[in-house]
Design a binder for this molecule. Structure first.
Ligand code: SF4
Length: 243
């Protein structure tokens, strides 16, 4: 795609974002998902899920709208075995029928992370290789995607909107305004299975080398890339190149 094509795709997404915000900016949760999946982007929207500590809530809402909605799962090759088991259990529990498990490109891995230690030397490059590039490829056929970020996660998530235009695509965060208590309530009222590592003190769960127990709910994302200034893997940063 040329630079001019890119600019026009981004301009179209921004115009669409303005129209969607005017029409649906007052909605969230199930109501917002329903209009996005059924009316605005039928067959052209995907949920991207980590199958982490809070993921069941959004997956459950999407399944209530349509269990055949595409769900993209990034298997970085560095995940906890418990996450892979939880993905199988939750997918079956919710009756999801369209799971896309996406992995990093084998040749790119061989060229840039042949011994699997890039996360230690350069975590931004590792996230770019194992998450950002695979997600870009996975979303190529979609006009919009859904993520589970919430404002109470803090840092650069504290001001997110429920509908945004990012890198030429519409991004929907139906739970942006939900509180920690709202999430907990959904687990209880919907009787949702918990990620097995939550009981062990992991409250935000990503790749095994970059996730630590925090054992308190003071800052949910404090257990990610502990000891570094990194707070996001890159899939939520517009135009991020992993530099
Ligand atoms: S979270 Fe860690 S292991 Fe996973 S892709 Fe990023 S740097 Fe690599």
């Amino acid at each position: 795609m040329t630079g001019g094509d890119n600019r026009s795709v981004r301009a179209r997404a921004r115009a669409r974002h303005r129209a969607l915000s005017r029409a649906y900016g007052h909605l969230d949760g199930l109501e917002l998902l329903r209009v996005m999946i059924e009316d605005e982007f039928p067959g052209r929207i995907a949920l991207v899920s980590s199958f982490g500590a809070e993921a069941a809530v959004l997956l459950d809402l999407v399944a209530q709208v349509n269990p055949a909605t595409p769900v993209v799962f990034l298997d970085t090759g560095k995940l906890f075995p418990e996450t892979l088991a939880y993905r199988r259990r939750l997918t079956a529990h919710l009756g999801l029928t369209n799971l896309h498990t996406i992995q990093p490109d084998v040749q790119e891995l061989a060229g840039r992370d042949s011994d699997g230690s890039l996360w230690r030397r350069n975590p931004n490059s590792c996230c770019y290789l194992r998450k950002v590039l695979p997600l870009e490829r996975a979303l190529a056929g979609f006009e919009a995607w859904i993520s589970g970020r919430k404002r109470f996660h803090g840092a650069n998530r504290s001001g997110i909107e429920t509908i945004e235009a990012v890198d030429g695509r519409i991004k929907v965060d139906p739970l942006a305004q939900w509180s920690r208590e709202d999430v907990e309530m959904a687990f209880v009222t919907r009787n949702l299975p918990r990620h097995p590592l939550v009981d062990e003190g992991y409250l935000s769960i990503g790749c095994q080398p970059c996730t630590t127990r925090i054992g308190s709910e003071a800052d949910l994302r404090a257990g990610r890339w502990e000891g570094s200034e990194k707070t996001e893997c890159g899939i939520h940063k517009a135009g991020w190149s992993g530099a």
